[in-house]
Design a protein around this ligand. Structure first.
Ligand SMILES: Cc1cc2nc3c(=O)[nH]c(=O)nc-3n(C[C@H](O)[C@H](O)[C@H](O)COP(=O)(O)O)c2cc1C
Length: 324
């Protein structure tokens, strides 16, 4: 067992290293780099019975719109050989209802709360920010889900171009009192150009990446498994796509705060995203396999640092970019 700063020492190995797991995403300080990813822990309530949410870096809510939304027809989730396929379709109660029903309980856990928003139009995003204005004091950041379907029937994505990305982030940032994170899709021709749009729009950080579009057909029925036919691939299949997106964006934006996400199932997966350039790392699908995964991944990071004589986890950030 290892000692991590902020935690009680437990059964220390001789020669242990005191590992400082704290990191920052821009101005936001986190006790450790592990953040629960949007859409995979509900509004925090689903995960809080498995561990102390305040001992994670932060938690991101499921994406919320300013209106209630039913989401997609079932079946919404399907296991894949290399991860998971989902098409939940952004089901949610709407921001007003979330603020009264879910936010107080999440606040009482002491967790750092990142709220995720989505919209079908630019105006939807603006209204969402306006509706959050009396909640900013309880929030650590606002993550803008730029990878959601725009015309849900046409299955196109809203921010496929640098200029769309810039416009949305600009209008969200104008009235937002907390740091704005732009969450990007990996399903674009050039992630660096989209990232540039987010930076020019005033994003304080980018979250890389959302799921990759995919589809599965049932061999028995010979029809699509998901009610919405296609969905987003997450889990191990996404991991090395995320590594590449983070690496390329870090190469082009040396000082941009980056939150990595994609197929992090172990501490070493998280560290790989940090080596590529992530300042913090979100965990999604792993929480479906075991709701205690986020905490386990934190201890695995501490173990790796300990075994490799790394006293500060931030020393790992962007190491893959340095020459031998
Ligand atoms: C069931 C499910 C629901 C999701 N819902 C959202 C969402 O509401 N907003 C969002 O930005 N990302 C959503 N995501 C994407 C995750 O936050 C994450 O970017 C993605 O799953 C990759 O990480 P992972 O491989 O660790 O799961 C969802 C993912 C899953 C599996």
């Amino acid at each position: 067992m290892h000692k991590t700063s902020g935690n009680a020492p437990v059964d220390l190995d001789p020669g242990y290293v005191l590992v400082d797991l704290s990191t920052r995403v821009g101005t936001l300080e986190l006790v450790n780099p592990i953040i629960a990813a949007s859409g995979t822990i509900g509004y925090g309530d689903e995960l809080s019975s498995y561990g102390d949410l305040a001992s994670l870096g932060a938690v991101v809510t499921k994406s919320l719109a300013h209106f209630p939304w039913d989401g997609n027809p079932g079946l919404r989730l399907a296991p894949l050989a290399t991860g998971m396929l989902n098409s939940v379709g952004l089901q949610g109660p709407g921001i007003a209802s979330w603020k009264s029903k879910y936010l107080p309980k999440l606040q009482s856990t002491g967790a750092k709360i990142v709220v995720s928003i989505w919209g079908r139009t630019l105006e939807d995003f603006q209204v969402a920010v306006h509706e959050l204005s009396d909640a900013f004091e309880s929030l650590s950041a606002l993550e803008v889900n730029l990878s959601c379907p725009n015309h849900l029937d046409k299955k196109t994505m809203f921010a496929q171009s640098p200029s769309d990305t810039q416009n949305i982030i600009e209008s969200v940032s104008r009235h937002c009192k907390v740091p704005v994170w732009a969450k990007l899709s990996p399903a674009v021709a050039n992630i660096v150009e989209i990232c540039q749009g987010a930076v020019e729009g005033g994003a304080h950080a980018v979250t890389l990446v959302n799921t990759m579009p995919g589809m599965k057909i049932d061999m028995g029925t010979q029809r699509a498994v998901l009610g919405a036919k296609s969905g987003g691939i997450s889990g191990p299949a996404l991991h090395n796509i995320a590594v590449r997106c983070i690496y390329e964006c870090r190469s082009n934006f040396p000082d941009l705060p980056i939150v990595g996400v994609g197929g992090v199932m172990t501490g070493q997966d998280a560290i790989e995203l940090m080596l590529a350039g992530a300042n913090a790392v979100q965990v999604g699908t792993a929480s479906f396999l075991s709701p205690r995964s986020t905490w386990k991944i934190v201890s695995e990071i501490a173990k790796y640092c300990n075994e490799n004589n790394i006293s500060r986890v931030t020393d790992l950030v962007s190491q893959a970019h340095t020459s031998e």
